[in-house]
Design a protein around this ligand. Structure first.
Ligand SMILES: [Zn+2]
Ligand SMILES: [Zn+2]
Length: 317
């Protein structure tokens, strides 16, 4: 199982502003030594180690889970456009079976779908879409209908089949076991647990566990048990959450409580707030790590904040 993040932002795509680019340039220039800038190689080495030379990214939710003989795509936020380009470049656009899994159908999780052109316009190209709902096709159609998009669903050349996943039992898809769990979010959302080759990824966005955490703690801990990577909606810091109750999103601190005794590999802060710039996301991650040291000193798992291009290569076992 190979996992790669193509979009990690919540709610709305968030391009960097000129002021933010300038902040990074200022930090890079002021912290560089003459030796750092003495050759092309030393500049590359300096950029590799500087915390100012990169960004978490502004694209909305899209996660690639790849196997040698199948490709799973979790949500179709704006990050999907870049994944589509990658598939066209590496040849997978034409031949590998592709399965989409949607958590829900809010704009930030579907708006990239019509831009998956390298696949959508291949005549007869088979594409499977899975979700916890029975009306996925209608919902995806709607965003391309009427005056919303120039190409309509009916004009797509690929052959798309939508399937509803049951809540009660796992479903076998392309050699993987797929489980869903209802999340706490307006308009119904589902979290995923996908296992294959002895590896498991859990994808739990968008969900508001923070309003009544004790009620769902055990359910979430059970759902992620033994997972290698657990990606969670941790959009807000502790104080921000209290201004945004009932928005359908969580703080990372609840998930640290839930999973403190779990045998997971890594917990990933995901669905970053559009108002959070890079330093704010880093601060949230650092606060979360400090909290983890306090409440879960024995925890063996890692904690990270999702960034575009973040990846895990998990060989079968
Ligand atoms: Zn969202
Ligand atoms: Zn949502």
């Amino acid at each position: 199982m190979r996992i790669r993040l193509w979009g990690v932002r919540g709610s709305l795509a968030t391009p960097m502003s000129s002021a933010q680019v300038r902040d990074k340039a200022r930090s890079l220039l002021s912290e560089a030594t003459p030796a750092d800038l003495s050759s092309a190689a030393s500049i590359e080495a300096y950029l590799d180690r500087s915390p100012h030379s990169w960004t978490y990214g502004g694209n909305t939710s899209c996660v690639e889970v790849a196997f040698d003989d199948a490709l799973f795509v979790l949500d179709a936020g704006t990050g999907l456009r870049l994944l589509g380009r990658e598939l066209a470049a590496d040849g997978r656009a034409t031949d590998i079976p592709i399965h989409f899994f949607f958590t829900h159908f809010h704009w930030d999780h579907i708006v990239g779908f019509p831009f998956f052109a390298p696949v959508l316009f291949i005549p007869g190209r088979k594409l499977d879409i899975w979700s916890g709902r029975s009306d996925a096709e209608r919902l995806l159609q709607t965003q391309m209908s009427d005056a919303h998009f120039p190409y309509k669903w009916e004009m797509l050349k690929s052959s798309i089949t939508c399937h509803q996943l049951p809540e009660q039992e796992p479903t076998a898809v392309a050699g993987a076991e797929v489980r869903i769990m209802p999340l706490i979010h307006p308009d119904k959302a589902y979290g995923y647990r996908i296992s294959r080759g002895g590896r498991t990824v859990c994808y739990l966005t968008d969900t508001e566990v923070s309003k009544n955490p004790n009620k769902v703690a055990q359910q979430y801990a059970d759902f992620v048990a033994g997972a290698d990577v657990v990606i969670v909606d941790a959009m807000y810091g502790f104080l921000e959450y209290h201004d945004r109750i009932n928005f359908g999103h969580s703080t990372i601190f609840n998930f640290i409580d839930f999973f403190k005794d779990s045998d997971i590999g890594e917990l990933v802060i995901f669905h970053h707030d559009p108002t959070a710039n890079d330093p704010a996301v880093t601060k949230l991650r650092n606060d979360a790590r400090r909290y983890m040291e306090l409440v879960a000193p024995g925890a063996k798992w890692k904690l990270s904040a999702a960034f575009e291009g973040q990846s895990w290569d998990l060989p079968d076992r």
